[in-house]
Design a protein around this ligand. Structure first.
Ligand code: SLL
Length: 255
């Protein structure tokens, strides 16, 4: 039943919150990842599927619980994760042998009156990549990571929810004060205010935390370089076509 709603929306405001979702898989290996006792013989990997804040910042003040729908071959394949402490990760650990699509449903706190948000993640157990070099690099890594950066946008949030989203509390990992309520922000930039869309994305990457302004800059540079390469290839092909056309015209005139 829809809750009684006498609340007003905050007009003209949209607030976004970044997060990361994905999986980490590790092949069983007597040295580096021994198979726990009782694991079925055909299981080849241990894996984790997760939803968390970028750089482990808190998302629990807007995301109440996460529902993971795993493959039906897995016992108890519908999993709900809630009551995660501030700055924690919504995650499921499993073992298995195959890759499949995981449905991830994020439930926003009830004050938001928002509908749940559904995402799909392909669980990766084996190295993948667009190029041989990428695949080789993955083979050399001890874990297969498949992570995605995502942003949830709350358009014209209800007033209560808006207050929660923008209340100045310290949401950094390990901040004191349980739910973080009442703790003042010491460092700026952790919450957004009216008309201001502040990303909780750090400036630089560090191991295990790939999403940053630095990553974004590198990606843009790679795209620019690729664009130049494509432009060159197009110019080259155009020249080739022109030459062939000229040749054809010449042959025609001889005929
Ligand atoms: C495949 N379409 O054929 C996929 C299915 C299913 C993975 C993958 C079983 C784990 C369990 C498991 O890993 N299932 O028995 O607990 O590759």
């Amino acid at each position: 039943m829809a809750p009684p709603n006498s609340q007003k929306r905050v007009k003209g405001v949209s607030i976004f919150r970044p997060f990361v979702y994905g999986s980490i898989a590790k092949p069983f290996d007597p040295e580096t990842n021994p198979k726990p006792e009782g694991t079925p013989a055909d299981h080849t990997h241990s894996w984790t599927v997760f939803v968390k804040g970028v750089d482990d910042t808190d998302i629990t003040y807007w995301c109440k619980k996460v529902h993971f729908k795993l493959h039906e071959s897995i016992p108890n394949h519908l999993r709900t994760v809630e009551n995660v402490p501030p700055g924690g990760t919504y995650e499921v650990h499993e073992t298995g042998w195959g890759e499949f699509e995981i449905t991830i449903k994020m439930y926003i706190i009830p004050e938001s009156l928002e509908k749940p948000q559904t995402l799909y993640h392909h669980l990766r157990l084996h190295p993948y990549g667009n190029t041989e070099a990428e695949k080789e690099a993955m083979k050399a890594a001890p874990e297969i990571l498949s992570w995605n950066y995502e942003e949830i946008v709350f358009n014209e949030p209800y007033e209560n929810f808006y207050d929660i989203l923008t209340s100045p509390v310290d949401r950094t990992k390990g901040a004191k004060g349980g739910t973080g309520k009442g703790t003042r922000v010491m460092k700026g930039g952790m919450v957004g205010s009216v008309g201001e869309r502040v990303a909780l994305v750090p400036l630089t990457s560090r191991p295990g935390q790939p999403y940053s302004k630095e990553t974004e800059k590198n990606e843009l540079r790679r795209l620019r370089e690729a664009q130049i390469k494509v432009d060159d290839m197009v110019a080259e092909l155009k020249k080739e076509i022109e030459e062939k056309e000229a040749e054809r015209a010449q042959l025609k005139s001889l005929a």
